[in-house]
Design a binder for this molecule. Structure first.
Ligand SMILES: Cc1ncc(C[n+]2csc(CCOP(=O)(O)OP(=O)(O)O)c2C)c(N)n1
Ligand SMILES: [Mg+2]
Length: 727
C-alpha cells in the first residue's frame, strides 16, 4: 500500500528492506496475530476445539518466511510458525479450515490439531505434535536433495513400483528449514540432528524460537546456563546467529546471513531468536499460575508487532492512518476467511481409513505374485545350489539397488568400510553388517548409497522418513530389535502415520530391516527380544516376518517396491540355518503381503505361526504324525500386517482345532489377537478352545538351560498338539 510518507522515504532501505517491503511484513505479522485472535474467539465459542498461537514470534518467523523460497526450499516448522506459513503463501482460510477440522483443510483434512502445519504445494512437510521429531526428518530431507543433485537420473519416474507415484523435485541450492522452541532443544533428537548436519555439511537452517518457556518450565531448567547458543557453539561447519527475535530488522539480518551460508553449500546454520509469548502456552494454559505480573509486563514491552509499528512511524514509513488502514484490511480478510471456514464441509465419516496405506500400490495384489526363476545352470546343478536367508537378502538388496537408484542403505556397521581408502587400497575386505547382510554393497554401489549411520537408532529412522518423503527409498537397518527403542517415536508417531495425518499429502515409504529373535544360546536379554505385536498394533506399518530364505527374498523385494513403510523382521537364528535354504530365485521374484504359506497340509489340527517357530512347529508336526498319525496343518503367516485371515479361516473350518504359536512372550503377544479373532468369528467351527504356545512372560536369560525353558521349543509344540488332539 503506497502512502505519501512512504513515497518520501522510498529510496531509503532498512537492512536491505524497502519501506514497501516493511509494510508488507507488518501486514503479515499483524495477519498472523489476528488469526490467532480470531481462533481464540472461535475456541471460546466452541466452534474450534484447540488453539495454540504464534503470538510474540511473528517478527522472527516472517523474517524467515520472506527470505526463504516458497515451493523451492523445504520446511519442517512447528506450531508457532504461523507467520512463516503465511509468508510462504498459506492463506488465512487454509489455516482456519484446520481449526474447524474441515475436509478441505490442506494441513490434515481435519485429522490433526490446528497449527500442525503441512502443505504439499508449499513444501511444508506435515508436522506432528511430539516435540523434536522434526529434526532428523529435516536431515533426511536435506540428504535427499543432495542425493538427487548428485544422481539426477535417480529422480526419473519408473513403472512398476512406488516411483511412478512420486513427483521428485530438487534444486541445487535448496534450503531445508527446521524450527523448534527453547524447550525442545532438550530432546536428544535435536542433538543427533546437529551432529549429522555438521558432519555431512547439510543445507539445513535451524531456527530456535526462544520464548524462555516450555509450557511452565523456564529455559534455565531445560538449557544449562539458559542459553542454547552457548551450548551449540562448537559444532563444526555451522554458521551461528543469535538475535532479538522481536526486532524485525535484527531478525531479518541474522536470517539473511544464515540463509546465505546454507544456500552456498558451506553447511548448516542455526539462528537463535529471543522472542516473547504473550498468550500463555496455549488456550489450555494460564501462565499467571507460574509467571508474575512484573515478568509478563516486561515481556509485553517487547511485543514485536508494537515494535515494528513504532519503527514504521518513527521512520516516517507510515502514519497512524496508514497503519490503521492495513489493520482494517487484515481484519476484513480474517473475517471473510472465518466465515468461509465456518461454512466448510466436514470430512466424511467413511473417509476415516483413507490414506492409512498407499491408495496406489496394494502389496497384497496379484501383481506381486511372481514365480521364482531358478537358474540351475548359473548356480551349478548339484553343488552349492541352496542359499541361506542371509545370502538371498543380500542378493535381493543388490538386485534392487541395481534396478532402482533411489535406494540407499544405512545403519550401524552397514557399510563395508567408512574409511574408503582402506577399501580402494585393498587393505581390507570390508564388513557389511554385524551379520554381513549388506556385505559388498558399498563396494558395488558406492558410499553415496551405502553408508554407516551414527550409533543412534532415531537418527536412522528419522532420516529414513525425510528421505522417503522426498521420493528416495531408504532401506535401513536396526542392528538388533532389542535396540529399536530409541527410534520408537519415529516408528510409532511418525513413519506409519505421515500419510494418514497429512490426508495423503505426504508419505514416506521406507523399509526398516531389523534383526530379531533368540534361540541363540547365550543371546540373553538384549540380543534375543521379539516384540512384533508392538508394531502390528501401529496402524500404517506393514510388518513382515519371514521364516525361510526364499520368502525373505520375495517379501523383501515386495517391501522395497511397495509404497508403504515396512518393518522387515529378520530372525537372526534363521539367517544361516540349514532349514529353508533355497536357490537364487532371480531378480524379479516377489511374494504378495497377506498371503500365508501352508508349510504342511493336514486335517486334524491347525497350527498358525511365523518366524523361527515355523521350523520348530514343523519338527513337532512331523513327529506327531509319525508317532500318532495326527495330521497337523502348519500355516506360516509370513506377514503379520496384513495377515491372511482367509487361509486361517479355511484351515480352522477344516480341522476344528487350532494352536497359535510364536516365539515372543505369551501375554499380549501377536497370538492373542489371532486367538481372539478365531474365538470371535470361527467359534462355530471349533471343537476345542484355541490354544496359544509362546515364550514365558519374561525376558530371555543368558544361561542356555534357562533360555531353553523360557522360549517355546519343538517339544512344547508337540505336547500342545497332543493335548489338542485328545481334547
Ligand atoms: C515429546 C513431547 N513431550 C511433551 C509434549 C507436550 N508439549 C507440547 S509443547 C511443550 C513445550 C514446548 O516448549 P518449547 O519447545 O519451548 O516451545 P514453545 O511452545 O515454548 O514455543 C510440551 C511439553 C509434546 N508435545 N511432545
Ligand atoms: Mg519455549
Amino acid at each position: 500500500m503506497a502512502t505519501k510518507v512512504e513515497a518520501v522515504n522510498a529510496a531509503k532501505t532498512f537492512d536491505g528492506l524497502t519501506p514497501k517491503q516493511l509494510l508488507d511484513i507488518y501486514r503479515l505479522m499483524f495477519l498472523s496475530r489476528r488469526i490467532d485472535d480470531r481462533e481464540i474467539l472461535l475456541k471460546r465459542q466452541q466452534k474450534i476445539f484447540f488453539q495454540i498461537s504464534g503470538a510474540g514470534h511473528e517478527a522472527l518467523l516472517v523474517a524467515a518466511g520472506v527470505q526463504l523460497k516458497a515451493r523451492y526450499d523445504w520446511f519442517y516448522p512447528y506450531y508457532r510458525d504461523r507467520g512463516l506459513c503465511l509468508a510462504l503463501g498459506m492463506t488465512p482460510l487454509e489455516m482456519l479450515l484446520g481449526g474447524v477440522g474441515a475436509a478441505d483443510d490442506p494441513n490434515s483434512g481435519g485429522r490433526q490439531m490446528p497449527s500442525h502445519w503441512g502443505h504439499n504445494k508449499l513444501n511444508i512437510v506435515t508436522q506432528s505434535s511430539p516435540t523434536g521429531t522434526q529434526f532428523l526428518q529435516a536431515i533426511g530431507c536435506a540428504e535427499a536433495g543432495r542425493y538427487f543433485n548428485r544422481h539426477p537420473e535417480a529422480a526419473k519416474k519408473a513403472d512398476g513400483d512406488y516411483r511412478q507415484f512420486k513427483d521428485v523435485q530438487f534444486r541445487d541450492d535448496e534450503v531445508v528449514y527446521v524450527s523448534c522452541g527453547d524447550g525442545t532443544t532438550s530432546q536428544g533428537e535435536f542433538w543427533e540432528s546437529l551432529s549429522t548436519a555438521a558432519n555431512r555439511k547439510l543445507p539445513v537452517l535451524y531456527l530456535v524460537e526462544d520464548n524462555e518457556y516450555a509450557i511452565s518450565v523456564p529455559v534455565e531448567v531445560n538449557t544449562p546456563g539458559g542459553n542454547i547458543s552457548r551450548l551449540v557453539a562448537n559444532f563444526p561447519n555451522f554458521h551461528f546467529e543469535e538475535c532479538d527475535g522481536t526486532d524485525l530488522l535484527e531478525s531479518y539480518s541474522a536470517l539473511k546471513r544464515a540463509i546465505a551460508h546454507v544456500r552456498s553449500g558451506d553447511g548448516p546454520a542455526l539462528v537463535h531468536g529471543h522472542v516473547v509469548r504473550p498468550y500463555s502456552h496455549s488456550l489450555s494454559d494460564d501462565e499467571k499460575l507460574y509467571r508474575p505480573e512484573t515478568e509478563r509486563k516486561a515481556e509485553a514491552e517487547r511485543d514485536p508487532i508494537t515494535r515494528l509499528r513504532r519503527l514504521l512511524i518513527a521512520e516516517g514509513i507510515a502514519d497512524e492512518a496508514a497503519i490503521k488502514a492495513i489493520e482494517k484490511s487484515v481484519d476484513e480478510e480474517v473475517q471473510e476467511a472465518a466465515d468461509k471456514a465456518l461454512a466448510a464441509a466436514f470430512p466424511q465419516k467413511n473417509s476415516i481409513t483413507q490414506h492409512l496405506y498407499s491408495p496406489d500400490i496394494d502389496p497384497t495384489s496379484r501383481a506381486f505374485e511372481r514365480q521364482p526363476q531358478f537358474d540351475l545352470r548359473k548356480e551349478g546343478v548339484m553343488t552349492n545350489v541352496d542359499k541361506t536367508m542371509a545370502d538371498l537378502i543380500n542378493a535381493c538388496l543388490r538386485d534392487e539397488m541395481k534396478r532402482d537408484e533411489r535406494i540407499v542403505l544405512f545403519g550401524e556397521d552397514v557399510a563395508d568400510c567408512s574409511r574408503e581408502q582402506y577399501l580402494s587400497e585393498k587393505q581390507v575386505k570390508g564388513k557389511g553388517g554385524v551379520f554381513k547382510l549388506t556385505a559388498g554393497l558399498q563396494c558395488d554401489f558406492g558410499s553415496d548409497r551405502v553408508f554407516n549411520s551414527p550409533l543412534a537408532e532415531a537418527n536412522i529412522v528419522g532420516r529414513a522418513i525425510g528421505l522417503g518423503t522426498r521420493g528416495m527409498k531408504p532401506v535401513v537397518e536396526i542392528q538388533f530389535f532389542d535396540y529399536i527403542w530409541p527410534a520408537m517415536h519415529q516408528l510409532r508417531n511418525e513413519m506409519p502415520i505421515i500419510r494418514w495425518r497429512s490426508n495423503g499429502a505426504f508419505s514416506c515409504p521406507a523399509v526398516v530391516r531389523v534383526a530379531i529373535g533368540g534361540y541363540l544360546t547365550g543371546g540373553a536379554i538384549y540380543h534375543s527380544q521379539c516384540g512384533e505385536s508392538i508394531f502390528t498394533h501401529t496402524p500404517g506399518m506393514r510388518v513382515v516376518f519371514p521364516s525361510n530364505a526364499l520368502d525373505a527374498c520375495g517379501l523383501l523385494r515386495t517391501a522395497i517396491r511397495c509404497d508403504d513403510p515396512v518393518m522387515f523382521l529378520e530372525h537372526k537364528r534363521l539367517y544361516r540355518e540349514t532349514f529353508g535354504r533355497a536357490p537364487y530365485p532371480g531378480p524379479d521374484f516377489t511374494i504378495p503381503f497377506g498371503k500365508a504359506k501352508i508349510v504342511k497340509p493336514g486335517s486334524d489340527i491347525t497350527v498358525i505361526t511365523y518366524g523361527a517357530t515355523v521350523p520348530r512347529s514343523l519338527q513337532a508336526a512331523q513327529k506327531i504324525e509319525r508317532e500318532h498319525n495326527i495330521h497337523v496343518e502348519l500355516i506360516d503367516l509370513r506377514t503379520l500386517n496384513p495377515y491372511d485371515w482367509e487361509t486361517i479361516a479355511q484351515s480352522v473350518a477344516k480341522t476344528n482345532r487350532v494352536i497359535v504359536a510364536h516365539e515372543d512372550m505369551l501375554s499380549w503377544g501377536y497370538g492373542a489377537e489371532i486367538a481372539a479373532r478365531i474365538a470371535d468369528e470361527l467359534f462355530d467351527h471349533l471343537d476345542a478352545p484355541v490354544k496359544r504356545v509362546a515364550a514365558m512372560d519374561t525376558f530371555v536369560a543368558y544361561q542356555p538351560q534357562l533360555e531353553d525353558v523360557i522360549l517355546p521349543q519343538a517339544d512344547d509344540f508337540y505336547q500342545a498338539m497332543l493335548k489338542m488332539a485328545k481334547y
